[in-house]
Design a protein around this ligand. Structure first.
Ligand SMILES: CC(=O)N[C@H]1[C@@H](OP(=O)(O)OP(=O)(O)OC[C@H]2O[C@@H](n3ccc(=O)[nH]c3=O)[C@H](O)[C@@H]2O)O[C@H](CO)[C@@H](O)[C@@H]1O
Ligand SMILES: C=C(OP(=O)(O)O)C(=O)O
Length: 433
């Protein structure tokens, strides 16, 4: 079985470079479907399984897609007529496949996408996406495991108020509205940096979007969009994960390519925990020399504390002095990793939507299984601080969102290997002991 084996106790030192953001590149690649002429050249693309999946979705819809992994570049020509159906095999693998719905509906007047189910972190419905399409004149039908949207002629600009600032709904509606007739005003929109990146890309294609990054986005529909060249923003969640890696090992790490403003909430909390963070010419420097103090954290939509950092920060809080409370408000069930932390001797209990930690726990190495993408990273981080050996399985989750995670940690001095069968695992593990 494939696993990452880590021996705790080494302070991380040195520099690490973060990749382009997974959560920016997926909506951008989906939005490439909006262009009816020319080639889109997307740069700084991370080599992740999710990127391969979205590329497969685009190909299945009849777009031409070339992924030059050496150059971190994807070229998409979506000028041929597109098909309108995204199959369950893709949506099941990756929920972000739903992001092709807005572009397909705007371009073809029809889209049929397999209904995304829930996942380990929550039920994840899409009624806010559909409400937006409906307001723009589409008729929605669900059945046989699919959701269909159909409009006679072009979508019409509308005023849409989201009940919750959903990231995916904001992206899907913004993409659809880019080709609608007239102006769309999207209120209570999500404000994440990835929304701004998508709006910038659509504008580079000839779109007219203003206000992305605020809670009101104004989209003036245009008749057509053409291929553009776009650079993906750095991954703020990968950045945050390495910040925690530095802190949990009492290390001294510089993160190159980080955008500190995108991580303001995390930086504020880590400073409260007694961690030193400096924005230097070489990158964001993280040092943890003093004992860590517990804090209380609540996840919120951006610019609040990101839910995608909740499990990694939980690993860190386990090593801090005192009582800390972590409250999850974005997803209703993003605590699957708590059971795995318990196997590592964590003193942690769940109360409703909060997790209470009395620290520091003396973490011990154990066999643990990743339950979702960020939980995978969090268990590896806990392993870096634990006494003895931790073995983390179910790496399929990790590979969705981190490029060479163990390799980058090893480069910073961690005692860590990745093995893919039990025989070599035993041999290689001896090197760590
Ligand atoms: C590919 C991608 O970018 N994924 C990110 C995106 O997911 P995603 O776009 O799925 O997240 P949303 O912001 O839409 O969802 C947040 C919450 O709203 C609920 N909701 C959402 C839409 C809807 O129509 N109805 C509804 O109830 C969801 O169930 C969830 O509880 O933002 C999340 C919140 O920052 C991140 O954790 C994910 O990493
Ligand atoms: C939850 C995440 O991704 P997705 O929305 O693709 O499941 C994530 O990136 O942490």
């Amino acid at each position: 079985m494939e696993k990452i084996i880590v021996k705790g106790g080494r302070p991380l030192k040195g520099s690490v470079r973060v990749e382009g953001a997974k959560n920016a590149v997926l909506p951008v690649l989906a939005a490439a479907l909006l262009s009816t002429e020319g080639t889109n050249i997307i740069k700084d693309v991370p080599i992740l399984t999710d990127v391969y999946t979205i590329n497969e979705v685009l190909r299945s819809l009849n777009a031409k897609v070339d992924f030059d992994a050496e150059r971190n570049e994807v070229r998409i020509d979506a000028s041929a007529p597109l098909s309108s159906e995204a199959q369950f095999e893709y949506v099941r693998k990756m929920r972000a496949s739903i992001l092709v719905m807005g572009p397909l509906l705007a371009r073809n007047g029809y889209a049929r996408v397999a209904q995304p189910g829930g996942c380990a972190i929550g039920s994840r419905p899409i009624e806010q996406h559909l409400k937006g399409f409906e307001a723009m004149g589409a008729k929605i039908k669900t059945g046989n495991g699919f959701v269909e949207a159909k409009v006679d002629g072009r979508l019409k600009g509308a005023r849409i108020y989201l009940d919750f600032p959903s990231v995916g709904a904001t992206e899907n509606i913004m993409s659809a509205a880019a080709l609608a007739e007239g102006t769309t005003i999207l209120e209570n929109a999500a404000k994440e940096p990835e929304i701004v990146d998508l709006a910038n890309y659509i504008n580079e294609m000839g779109g007219r979007i203003i206000g992305a990054g605020t809670d009101t986005i104004r989209i003036e529909g245009v008749r057509s969009l053409r291929g553009a060249t776009h650079h993906i923003i750095p991954d703020r969640i990968e950045t945050g994960t390495f910040m925690v890696a530095a802190a949990i090992t009492k290390g001294d790490v510089i993160i190159e390519n980080a955008v500190p403003e995108h991580n303001a909430a995390l930086i504020a909390k880590l400073k409260e925990m007694n961690i030193e963070i400096d924005d230097t010419d070489a990158g964001l420097r993280i040092r943890a020399e003093k004992p860590l103090r517990s804090v209380d954290i609540k996840t919120m939509p951006y610019p609040g504390f990101p839910t995608d950092m909740q499990s990694q920060v939980m690993a860190l809080m386990l090593t801090a002095e005192g009582t800390g409370v972590l409250t999850e408000t974005v997803f209703e069930n993003r605590f699957m990793h708590v059971e795995e932390f318990r196997r590592m001797n964590a003193n942690v209990k769940i109360e409703g939507r909060s997790v209470i930690m009395n620290g520091p726990s003396s973490l011990q190495g154990a066999e643990v299984a990743a339950t979702d993408l960020r939980a995978a990273a969090a268990l590896i981080l806990a392993g870096l601080a634990a006494e003895g050996i931790t073995r983390v399985t179910e790496l399929i989750h990790l590979d969705r969102g981190y490029v060479d995670f163990h390799g980058k940690l090893a480069q910073l001095g961690a005692d860590i290997i990745r093995v893919n069968d039990d025989e070599t695992a035993d041999e290689k593990e001896k090197e760590l002991v």
